[in-house]
Design a protein around this ligand. Structure first.
Ligand SMILES: Cc1ncc(COP(=O)(O)O)c(C=O)c1O
Length: 418
């Protein structure tokens, strides 16, 4: 594979920045990635050339509407949605989840249970817990194995046994453990018992191929700022459900998706930026994977780009894990088997005996190495691992633009402070 990292990195202006001569080492990506020129250009072009509200009969509004439609189509291509009207833009994943959970609540008023997991980010837990409280629904928990860091899928039959699960809210990939979950199997099981499936793919989309039709789920949410775009959220929903569900909306808003769920005026420039993030993947396929130049269809280009990204990230992840394993007192909380890198994303969390995660993250930050510490909103996961009172974990998250040298630099600075 000709993985031209220099050319890839040249697309991201922030990667070239230094502070007092020190380069920035961005390993904070699970909380948000840097953006390529395609995103910056789209956002600034939008603001300069067609900054307007929707539905006008004049040039800027007409052009703006075309870009917003293109943004919906680009996200439909990224997620392999059947139609651009199944794509809902919003402020972020959490806000979209709160909104759709309220609409679903209208259907759930007769009682039943919600299936939540101990692995999920709180954005896919708290909205459902609050809905359960409002409607008096039962909450059942899918646990993960503390040795393998994977779901105890054998629990699923029992959890679904009463056949009253209205919805299962499950993460595609954990923002803490890095585990990639078998969403297709979980979806099949839940749906065979009549439940809906709501997938949080925020941490998966930057690292894998997302195909909502293949998964068979009912909803899937993600956040463009985690996959090289601007700060916003996107929800995909099954068309029939989106048509059926009642939206909490103002009266003049239309009754069809996506409009009925896209309340108020959206961040148009960010939608243009999200279009740019998908175009970056097209650029990747055309420029980095040069033999794929003949691909004409955007979905094919996305697949080609992601396949290269997946392979490269697995290499980085192996290096990161084996380096951590060679250091004393470190416990990695996630899959470490080098032959199982396809079952995890490169987000690696670890604890260090006798050291507070915040202290380590701060010391690394002082050397311009950006990592996260704490629970990172994976509240349940960190709690069941007994780490909540100990300050959680240190989380290091490379993406496809990070270099092996950056991983080495991370270790150079980590070793002396252990
Ligand atoms: C797995 C996961 N789900 C949900 C969220 C929340 O996303 P947003 O900030 O778009 O609400 C995050 C953010 O870190 C996340 O990692």
């Amino acid at each position: 594979m000709n993985y031209d990292l220099e050319t890839i990195r040249s697309q991201f202006p922030a990667l070239a920045l230094t502070d007092k001569g020190q380069p920035r080492v961005y390993l904070d990506n699970p909380a948000g990635t840097q953006v390529p020129v395609q995103v910056i250009q789209r956002m600034s072009d939008y603001l300069i050339h067609c900054n307007a509200n929707q539905g006008g009969t004049f040039k800027t509004s007409i052009e703006s509407d075309l870009i917003l439609e293109e943004a919906h189509q680009a996200m439909a291509d990224l997620l392999n949605a059947g139609s651009s009207s199944e794509i809902i833009f919003g402020a972020n994943m959490t806000t979209l989840t709160y909104a759709i959970s309220r609409s679903l609540g209208k259907r759930f008023q007769k009682g039943g249970a919600l299936l939540l997991t101990r692995m999920d980010h709180d954005g896919n837990v708290a909205p459902w817990l609050q809905l359960a409280e409002d409607l008096g629904l039962e909450v059942r928990w899918l646990e993960f194995d503390l040795e393998t860091y994977e779901y105890k899928l054998e629990m699923l039959e029992n959890l679904l046994e009463p056949e009253d699960v209205l919805l299962a809210a499950v993460n595609y990939s954990s923002n803490c453990l890095g585990t990639i979950n078998d969403i297709k199997t979980i979806t099949e099981k839940v749906k065979s018992k009549g439940g809906l499936v709501y997938i949080d793919a925020v941490q998966y989309v930057p690292h894998g191929i997302t195909d909502v039709q293949e998964l068979g789920c009912d909803f899937l949410v993600c956040s463009p700022y985690k996959f090289f775009g601007p700060h916003q959220g996107v929800l995909w929903g099954n068309k029939e459900l989106l048509m059926e569900l009642e939206a909490y909306k103002v009266r003049p808003a239309g009754d069809l998706p996506p409009g009925k769920f896209e309340t108020g005026t959206l961040c148009h420039e960010a939608m243009a930026g999200t279009l740019g993030a998908v175009e970056y993947l097209e650029w990747f396929s055309e420029t980095i994977n040069s033999p794929d130049k003949e691909l004409t269809n955007r979905r094919q280009k996305i697949l080609s780009a992601m396949n290269s990204i997946i392979l490269y990230e697995q290499k980085l992840c192996k290096k990161l894990i084996s380096g951590l394993q060679s250091l004393p007192g470190i416990k990695i909380r996630g899959i470490t088997d080098p032959s199982a890198m396809d079952r995890r994303v490169p987000t690696v969390s670890f604890s260090v005996e006798g050291r507070h995660p915040d202290q380590l993250a701060k010391a690394l930050g002082d050397k311009n190495i950006f990592v996260w510490s704490g629970h990172n909103y994976a509240l349940e996961a960190v709690r069941v691992m007994g780490l909540l009172e100990k300050g959680g974990l240190v989380r290091v998250g490379p993406v496809h633009y990070n270099t092996e040298e950056e991983i080495e630099k991370f270790f150079e600075e980590l070793e002396p402070i252990l």
